[in-house]
Design a protein around this ligand. Structure first.
Ligand SMILES: [Fe+2]
Length: 407
């Protein structure tokens, strides 16, 4: 009897192609119980990332069906200043005449950039949110503190300010002002003309981790208004302490706010950044990045945030960089110059104040097509990826051969 059973099992026909259809029928029911019966293999969109033959576009095949459902992928995109600045002018015009300022009901007068690949979410990459704010004369954004790390990149020539833990940072074009997580900060514009800057935050990452919080309950001191912090330190304070390069003060703690290892140098001056890049323009530079400098925490030598990596690069007139791709996504602000970038096989031309996104894994290369130096500021999540052991980069050499840059 036992032998007969064994024989019967051996000859049982396979379910073959019907199995999938039968399992999908179960899925129709299982979905109500928040269960999915696997009917597809895993298919990350990045495959085959580290094959040398990763293709010119570098993306690999996108997954489909249920496996793809949670694989929203950042797409390359360019926001032109000529297009987005019109929205800023319009909201500033409305705000100037409004009885209730938009800052009161919308927290800011700003536009948020949405990546076309991310389903309308308020983010430009999987980790970065970008808002572009305009402050009319007299506007004040009240003091607050939050878990996301944030920064402003100043587009206007001058006029606005950010106060970070009592340090007044007067904003000028090309400046980067950091508000590390756990630092109280407030913003405003005491000049006579509107000011515009780009806010960047690791907000989507904090949201993904369910760790995004904001505290607006500032206890006012004796400052000029009840919503802002007193100015305890004048403009340039953190630069005097930490901006010398290679030297840090021993008589004070670098701690500002209550976050972990915050970068104590919070105000990088656009003029100085430019000077530094120009002083190095005679160097050969990097074939994929030209003359590039990284913004670091002067106490640790690490990126300014444990999540985001900030860099500035100078590409000389006529300079054509070689292709590169990284596991991080990169957000680019064109501070000066004209050029074009090939990203994932598409070409995007750019000029001053344009903004681009280079998604992770896609090949990209930058070309300065103008007569002047091009200056690009970049923010990427390379810092986070390094911290979790996932940062990798490949380049192509002059013969188009793939070279491992960071394996
Ligand atoms: Fe903030």
């Amino acid at each position: 009897m036992a032998v007969a059973t064994q024989e019967k099992e051996t000859v049982r026909p396979a379910l073959s192609s019907k199995a999938r259809a039968m399992m999908e029928e179960i899925n129709a029911e299982a979905g109500k119980s928040h269960v999915w019966v696997r009917t597809q293999m895993n298919a990350p969109a990045q495959r085959p990332w580290f094959a040398d033959t990763g293709g010119k576009s570098g993306g690999g095949a996108m997954a489909s069906g249920r496996v793809a459902a949670n694989q929203l992928k950042t797409l390359p995109y360019r926001w032109r200043w000529k297009e987005y600045s019109g929205f800023l002018d319009r909201i500033a015009g409305i705000a100037a005449k409004a009885d209730v300022s938009p800052i009161e009901f919308a927290d800011r007068q700003s536009i948020l950039l949405t990546n076309p690949g991310l389903g309308g979410r308020l983010q430009v990459t999987n980790t970065i949110r970008c808002a572009i704010s305009i402050y009319n004369s007299g506007d004040i954004a009240p003091a607050h503190v939050h878990s996301p790390n944030a920064s402003r990149t100043i587009l206007s020539e001058k006029g606005g300010y950010t106060n970070v833990e009592g340090e007044r940072c007067d904003a000028e074009r090309g400046d980067i002002i950091l508000t590390p997580n756990g630092t109280w900060h407030d913003h405003g514009n005491e000049s006579t003309t509107p000011v515009i800057w780009i806010d960047m935050l690791d907000w989507p990452l904090m949201e993904f981790l369910d760790c995004a919080w904001v505290d607006q309950n500032f206890e006012p001191g004796s400052g000029t208004n009840a919503k802002s912090q007193d100015t305890v330190h004048k403009n340039g304070y953190s630069t005097r302490l930490y901006g010398a390069g290679g030297m840090v003060p021993t008589f004070r703690s670098p701690q500002i706010g209550f976050g972990r290892d915050p970068a104590p140098l919070i105000h990088f001056r656009g003029v100085k950044i430019r000077e530094m890049l120009e002083a190095l323009r005679g160097e050969t530079g990097d074939p994929h990045e030209a003359i590039q400098m990284q913004f670091v925490n002067p106490v640790t030598g690490k990126p300014v945030f444990s999540t985001l990596d900030y860099k500035a690069q100078l590409i000389r007139p006529g300079e054509e960089l070689l292709p590169k791709r990284e596991t991080c996504s990169t957000f680019i602000v064109v501070i000066a110059g004209k050029g074009k970038s090939e990203i994932g096989g598409e070409t995007y031309d750019w000029e001053e104040n344009d903004i681009l996104v280079v998604p992770n894994f896609l090949w990209r290369r930058h070309i300065n097509t103008g007569r002047d130096d091009a200056i690009l500021y970049t923010v990427s999540d390379a810092a986070l990826l390094r911290n979790i052991g996932q940062y990798r980069a490949q380049g192509r050499d002059k013969s188009d051969k793939v070279v491992q840059l960071v394996q």
